[in-house]
Design a protein around this ligand. Structure first.
Ligand SMILES: NC(=O)c1ccc[n+]([C@@H]2O[C@H](COP(=O)([O-])OP(=O)(O)OC[C@H]3O[C@@H](n4cnc5c(N)ncnc54)[C@H](OP(=O)(O)O)[C@@H]3O)[C@@H](O)[C@H]2O)c1
Length: 283
């Protein structure tokens, strides 16, 4: 019997060795028996051109894109999905014939995680979004696509929050986008919030310095941290102590990967298998 030739999938980034995607995708491939192997590709910014001119178009079936290439890959692609165009960044590339198509599954992964693990719907919700970097941008676009009522963006560099809210305000009619500096956070918005999302890279130390008015939140509010290491971040610990519902960052990571898997293979991603591989690695 001739052996099936394995198709190559992967992730490009710099650094890339810390990525949990190979683990999650190879577990899924082993489980489904699909003929793919997923590999990390360390690509420095100055090597991106060579990567696209040599390897990507001919040898690789599809790949994820991580920091620092999510925007830099765009000029090398033949077309973009609606989400990738709105977000202005790509985390998944798929080869279709000779063409490379860019997608962004980060925002949709975030939404799918809230729906699947929390049974949470975003339509008409008041959302406080902390951060205005790449991940926050993907989430803000996804919130607009889901029809959230208001998204208040808080950021250390306030101008970035104002620029993002102004840009998205023009793109989404149903959702109102507003902005505010992160420190000090204006408590008046917190009393109305349904959902708080930390999409900054703030860790333990910084959250001790910024006094988030968690006590102002309604008791029904859900607090999400997209930072997935540690599994229960300082923000989630504090929110839990106040009796609020919490949702950890592994969910977004899992579902953005599942959506990439589904784009490449055309098959449903094995949720339990990918979740187990991810959580084992994170624990
Ligand atoms: N769960 C997932 O699937 C997933 C996916 C993507 C990212 N993430 C995580 O999300 C975090 C953000 O990623 P990113 O790609 O958006 O990074 P990024 O583009 O570099 O943005 C970083 C954000 O954090 C803010 N920030 C950084 N240090 C801060 C500090 N000391 N005080 C206040 N604000 C600070 C930045 O504010 P300024 O604009 O003022 O610099 C900016 O808003 C990372 O921890 C990443 O691991 C998780």
């Amino acid at each position: 019997m001739p052996q099936k030739q394995l198709k190559i999938l992967g992730i490009i980034g710099d650094p890339v060795s810390q990525s949990l995607s190979p683990l999650m995708h190879n577990a899924a491939m082993a489980h489904t028996g699909l003929p793919f192997i997923y590999m990390p590709f360390q690509v420095k910014p100055e090597e991106l051109d060579v990567f696209f001119k040599s390897l990507a178009p001919r040898k690789i079936f599809g790949f994820n894109v991580t920091i620092p290439h999510k925007q830099a890959v765009i000029p090398y692609l033949d077309s973009l999905s609606r989400e990738a165009r709105l977000i202005g960044a790509v985390n998944t590339v798929m080869r279709k014939g000779k063409k490379l198509i860019g997608y962004n599954t980060d925002g949709a992964g975030f939404i799918r995680s809230l729906k699947k693990e929390e049974k949470y719907e975003l339509a008409n919700k008041h959302v406080l979004l902390l951060g205005a970097g790449g991940a926050a941008r993907a989430i803000a676009v996804a919130l607009g696509l889901e029809g959230a009522r208001e998204v208040m963006i808080f950021n250390r560099t306030a101008k970035k929050a104002f620029d993002l809210s102004f840009e998205l305000g023009k793109k989404f009619r149903k959702t109102v986008f507003n902005a505010s500096p992160l420190d000090p956070p204006d408590p008046s918005h917190w009393r109305l919030a349904d959902l708080v999302i930390n999409a900054t890279s703030i860790g333990m130390k910084e959250f001790q310095n910024i006094q988030l008015p968690l006590s102002q939140l309604p008791s029904k509010a859900l607090v999400v941290d997209i930072v997935y290491r540690p599994l229960e971040t300082p923000l989630l610990k504090k929110a839990k102590k106040r009796g609020l519902s919490i949702h950890p960052g592994w969910g977004m990571l899992l579902h953005q990967g599942m959506l990439s898997f589904e784009l490449w293979t055309g098959k449903k991603a094995p949720y339990e298998v990918m979740k187990k591989a991810l959580l084992e690695a994170l624990r």
